[in-house]
Write a protein of this length. Structure first.
Length: 376
């Protein structure tokens, strides 16, 4: 009997689709699943590793439909006929479209959806995970807590849907790795400080704004109309002197604004990349940061040079993926590039119709478009 069962399992494994084998290998090696890199384009998914469609787009995509990147659990938010649900890695509906909005699944296998003007947590079967619903709710972070709002106030939920920290703050931000979260008291004048894991004030609420602590132990904050950086005791490590400031990236650089332009400072508050840019994003793990200058956007390296030339209307973060979405300057259509700035796949207009091209500038959707175009 054991032998027959083992043989049956072998047969099932041999006949399993490719994505199942990839999932098993990913789980065994703790490697990221292949679908995390799939690119949502034209309501299908392009696999940059195989340079082919993982899920082919429909012959006639509906304009109102949307597809979003997959989570590790193999589910992706998608919209159809104005409602959101979740599809699996075959492109089939795992949770039927029924929500007004839907967020990606967190690592604890829960997702936030919005229905009837309330936020709800659901599991991977589409079942309601908690009894409570919320005016607003966020995804669970690395510390397994999520910010939720009830009766106009914010607090923190645990993974069982219980209030770990009661909703008593006007606003709150997620906990940083150092165990502190920015929050505002809601008492006039509304000031920001930092709370610990029990909800007690670790740094008194006396700042006009407060951002997240970074790995270097500094957090952006403002007072008297100027922004600087606090240490973990709530003292100014970098005095408030900037028009705006954002949290430090892992490379030790933080974006800051002066005279209406953006640049990057180090932990001493010194300019490493001068203020040249109309817009700027945080540096990512690949050493790139999106920026915009003179109406065009590209990606900077850590020296402040254009690693990918400013040639797009808009750029988006890579977010630990091998691709980033950009808006092409001439066509205003989306395209997807790698960290070298090379095209992976992009939309274009040919013969008055929207097509999808691969890195070799070959039309890969619609399949018979070239022949149809030649006949016109």
């Amino acid at each position: 009997m054991k032998f027959r069962l083992f043989a049956l399992l072998l047969c099932l494994a041999a006949s399993a689709p490719a994505w199942t084998a990839e999932k098993a290998a990913a789980q065994a090696n703790d490697a990221p699943p292949a679908w995390l890199a799939w690119i949502p384009v034209q309501n299908g998914y392009y696999d940059p590793a195989r340079q082919s469609w993982a899920i082919s787009p429909p012959a006639r995509p509906q304009n109102d439909d949307e597809r979003h990147p997959f989570s590790r659990n193999g589910l992706a938010p998608a919209r159809h006929n104005g409602k959101y649900g979740y599809i699996d890695t075959h492109g089939k509906w795992k949770i039927k479209p029924q929500y007004d909005a839907a967020a990606p699944f967190s690592e604890n296998h829960l997702a936030v959806v919005r229905k009837d003007k309330r936020d709800i947590y659901i599991n991977e079967k589409g079942q309601k995970a908690f009894k409570m619903t919320f005016a607003q709710a966020g995804s669970f972070g690395a510390n397994q807590l999520a910010i939720a709002r009830q009766d106009g106030l914010s607090g923190f939920l645990d993974a069982q849907g219980q209030w770990k920290i009661a909703a008593r703050f006007a606003r709150a931000r997620p906990f940083a790795p150092n165990g502190l979260a920015a929050a505002s008291s809601g008492q006039a004048p509304d000031q920001w400080g930092y709370i610990n894991a029990s909800g007690a004030w670790a740094i008194p609420a006396k700042f006009d704004s407060a951002g997240d602590f970074a790995a270097n132990g500094l957090a952006p904050a403002s007072q008297g109309g100027k922004h600087g950086f606090l240490d973990q005791r709530g003292n100014w490590a970098v005095p408030a002197q900037f028009e705006q400031a954002r949290p430090f990236a892992a490379n030790g650089l933080a974006r800051a604004q002066q005279n209406g332009k953006w640049g990057y400072v180090n932990a001493f508050g010194r300019w490493v990349i001068p203020v040249h840019f109309d817009e700027a994003d945080d540096f990512e793990a690949n050493g790139l940061a999106g920026a915009k200058q003179n109406g065009l956007a590209g990606y900077l390296n850590e020296r402040g040079d254009w690693a990918i030339a400013a040639q797009f209307t808009e750029v988006s973060p890579f977010e630990n993926r091998p691709w980033a979405k950009v808006i092409q300057n001439k066509t205003e259509l989306p395209g997807f590039i790698d960290a070298r700035g090379q095209w992976i796949v992009r939309q274009d207009r040919v013969c008055g119709q929207t097509v999808v091209k691969n890195a070799g500038d070959k039309i890969i959707w619609p399949r018979k478009f070239s022949a149809a175009c030649d006949k016109k």
